[in-house]
Write a protein that binds this ligand. Structure first.
Ligand code: HEC
Length: 151
């Protein structure tokens, strides 16, 4: 009986460790994607480059709704947008034709756990669902749409 209990506890802890390891692997993959694509604009520190590229440090868009962030990376965002009290009016290109669901989930997991952000890992199904839901959408999001976002 004792052994069964110990085995159950070990299995439970093991599952937790596997999940933690998966998230760590995903964040490592995500870092590679960030350093290849996002870095050009948001910079290695995530601080952006005022007045053209906003910071993604302590960003409500990064740490908030996972569906919204997936939708932003898929379709991009454009037009006037206030981030950290400063106005930007530029265009971020969507990555839907470039990055797979797994890669978008990985880069989301990376930015959500770095640059002062602290939000849970994201699985590829969240991105797949957003890709399907917004399949007909051809234009980047506007700040008004993003602010009014409901999952
Ligand atoms: C070509 C430059 C460029 C690339 C590449 C790029 N972005 Fe952006 N990003 C922008 C710009 C410009 C804005 C603001 C758009 C506006 O002014 O409406 C923005 C806005 C954002 C925002 C919302 C505002 C904020 O600062 O929190 C997030 C989150 C974001 N980008 C994340 C990413 C991630 C993650 C990647 C990589 C997958 C990425 N971006 C790639 C230029 C870029």
């Amino acid at each position: 009986m004792k052994n069964i209990f110990a085995a159950a506890v070990a299995a439970f802890l093991g599952a937790g460790l596997v999940q933690a390891q998966d998230a760590a692997d995903q964040a490592t993959q995500g870092k590679g994607i960030y350093m290849t694509i996002c870095v050009a604009c948001h910079q290695p520190t995530g601080a952006g480059l005022f007045p053209v590229f906003p910071p993604i440090t302590n960003s409500e868009y990064v740490a908030g709704s996972a569906e919204r962030l997936a939708a932003m990376i898929l379709k991009g965002n454009a037009g006037p947008m206030t981030v950290d009290g400063k106005l930007y009016n530029n265009m971020m290109p969507g990555q839907e034709a470039v990055l797979t669901d797994e890669k978008i989930a990985a880069v989301m997991t990376y930015v959500r756990s770095n640059f002062g952000n602290s939000a849970p890992a994201v699985s590829a199904d969240v991105v797949a669902a957003a890709r399907k839901k917004f399949a007909d959408r051809k234009t980047p999001w506007t700040e008004a749409e993003l602010k009014a976002w409901k999952d």
